[in-house]
Write a protein that binds this ligand. Sequence first.
Ligand code: ZN
Length: 503
Amino acid sequence: MSSQETYQKMLAHAQETATFGSMGAVLGWDQQVMMPPKGIQHRANQFAALSGFLHDRATSPQVGEWLAELSESDLAKDPHSVEGANIREWKRSYDRATKLPKELVVEFARVTSLADHDWQQARAESNYALFKPSLQKILSLVREVADYIGYEGERYNALLDEYEPGMTAKEVEQLFAPLRERTPALVQKIVNSPKQPDTSILHRHFPREAQERFVKMVVEMLGFDFEAGRLDPTTHPFASRIAPGDTRITTRYYEDFFNPAFFGSVHEVGHGLYEMGLLEEHFGTPMGESVSLGIHESQSRMWENFVARSRSFWEFFLPKAQDHFDALKGVSLDDFVFAANEVCPSTIRVEADEITYNLHIMLRFELELAMLRGDLEVDDLPDAWNEKFAHYMGFAPPNDAEGVLQDVHWSSGLIGYFPTYSLGNLYAAQLFEAARRDLGDLDEQFRRGEFKPLLGWLRENIHQHGSRYTPKELAERITGKPVSAEPLLNYFERKFLPLYSAG
Ligand code: ZN
């Protein structure tokens, strides 16, 4: 059989696997948006059956033989050709999936599902002791996972590589170092400024129906295609692509707070536009898949913060918002933009502003890394959390529920995941800088309600490439330089110091 024939077999197999996988995506969306609570037991059975089936397809020895042959073939020579990129990424996933013994995978699923229960209780009672034994087990399991998968340098790299291919703990430490140095001083200048925003503007009455209409109008103008996607209410917002032509995003509405539905929707639209921009012809292959969590988050953060929190964006949209909401009538552009860009250190990551958000991430990354490196015991985690938090934010969290217990990630076994949130911010700033370089005055375009040039630029430079390049290669290729914290820090200083007259 020629390697071209083998490639076609592998391609057909992968496309069929992806078609089955997309059924799981429908079930997942349904579970979070539509399913009645009593459906949960059967849904769990459906997921178990499907994931077992998908795992068997992904790890079949036949796939291993095809990939062994293809990796040695001429098709794999250029890692950035369609075939080369697909073979490289298929091999990467196959190796990860087959290196873990089945018992370890089953044990991981068992421990994390119990841990989720323990964590929920621990958080409800703000009692870390209830979660500690689970966390201990999870840490020992992820160490095992890392050892089976293998790594260069240190264990953490094997975990991080799952979410941000090619990135190492050392690189993340170096990337975050300037943020760690410069952010706290910047935050101090801002909180000490006598000029502060009136955020009560955003806490007036915003009828749900008006929010739904306004959000739909805005996200449509940003490029979200309602013929190829949906926007629905849910408790924990997410974006999910079922298949080409079907991308679902979700949001939540509070009548006494403008931000969650509006900025949350724009965030998810950023994810959704990325998914909509993946090429249909590559569906079911790595070339048709997003490249990393960090790049994914760069898309959501760019639309949410760099676009939808800019003054020029609201020059266009504030009059329209005032048509929708009586609560905003008479509010000036300056006051609205200032309120939407409030910076205020707070305990909860998901409610954090643009600047302090990264401090929340660095804290978690540093603690994860210390635990993986054996420098921090699970017993000492809450104290270490509180100490670091006070160092970064200037005050300690009032309890563990608002501290070490606030996030779901560790109980789900997601270790090595947090850094991708801040990497997303770094990529967003650097990519946005490059978009400005290529597209001219973006503010002038936003002021006129034109978002197509930016979306077109993202489609051409990022979306259409799927996983052709590694995230680092992609960013460097577009921006002409390796990813760094400099563009984000410059953006912070240029945007927030004038707002707060804190220059
Ligand atoms: Zn996101």
